[in-house]
Design a protein. Structure first.
Length: 291
């Protein structure tokens, strides 16, 4: 039944109301927790904790990714009526991409032990970018995927509703909606460079890594409509996520010298996310009187 939410926009592509977005977000979180409980029961407490830790990392990264989605939709001037369609197919593409990359990453780690140090270095660099680099505007014309698409198809800039392609004067044209989808997918590929090493730092089990990613991604559409208008209120969350990436990066680099249990890893991640959210809420409260 839960998968109906992902495909419910097939014929009616409407933005979710805040109430429905909250309901679906809670349902997705509940489904993830139930799945994690099943792993705990059938595969042991260790695997259950690995799933929960990987899910929390991917979920926190997905919240930060909402900033990029907002920029993409603003750049292409996509209103709330057309955003669900792009999000839907973007999520489907992201799931396929993550499954392939995780399986490939696990195979690399098993074949070449030194890959773990490369992944650790990638996470440290991602942590640095998260903490110290400002969000940049989306430059559509410089996007490699968009430039390749323009070479394959002419682009029709007029209003084509919810169509990815439009036949104009007997010739097939790509629409701005299709270009927006390409930018979303290429952005997710960049996100995956950070998130895949992060989850593999928690667990080398491809089943746990894949399912924790899938559950985090599947709830992204509802989460977007829930937080799109208030995402800037979580001003310190990106620093918390950056600290988490730094932690798992160090964990990978020192894995041959120091073993950090999954319990301590989960505790650190939960504490970091809690502090960053509370700090954001406190900052918003202190700023509100002068707003």
């Amino acid at each position: 039944m839960l998968f109906l939410d992902l495909f419910a926009t097939s014929h009616r592509h409407h933005a979710l109301s805040t109430g429905r977005a909250l309901l679906w977000s809670l349902l997705w979180i509940g489904a993830a927790l139930a799945f994690g409980a099943g792993i705990w029961i059938f595969r042991g407490a260790g695997k259950g904790l690995e799933f929960l830790t990987g899910y929390l990392i991917e979920k926190s990264l997905s919240v930060d990714n909402l900033f990029v989605f907002i920029l993409i939709f603003a750049t292409f001037k996509l209103g709330p009526d057309r955003q669900p369609l792009v999000l839907k197919w973007g999520i489907i593409g992201a799931i396929v991409m993550r499954v392939i990359l995780i399986i490939f990453g696990v195979a690399l780690m098993r074949a070449f032990h030194w890959i773990i140090y490369l992944f650790g270095a990638i996470l440290l660099f991602a942590a640095y970018k998260m903490a110290f680099q400002e969000e940049q505007d989306i430059e559509v014309e410089k996007n490699l995927v968009v430039r390749m698409a323009r070479r394959l198809f002419p682009v029709h800039t007029g209003d084509c509703g919810e169509s990815f392609f439009h036949r104009h004067e007997g010739r097939l044209h790509a629409t701005s909606l299709f270009l927006a989808l390409l930018v979303v997918e290429s952005s997710d590929l960049v996100f995956a460079v950070d998130s895949i090493p992060a989850v593999l730092a928690v667990t080398p089990d491809p089943f746990i890594a894949v399912t924790s990613n899938i559950f985090a991604i599947l709830g992204l559409r509802a989460l977007y409509f829930l937080l799109a208008n208030v995402v800037e209120m979580f001003r310190y969350l990106k620093y918390g996520v950056g600290l988490i990436l730094f932690f798992v990066g160090i964990k990978m680099l020192l894995s041959d010298l120091i073993h950090i249990s999954i319990v301590w890893s989960l505790a650190f991640i939960c504490l970091t996310l809690t502090i960053s959210i509370i700090a954001s809420a406190f900052q918003n409260k202190t700023r509100s009187p002068s707003a």
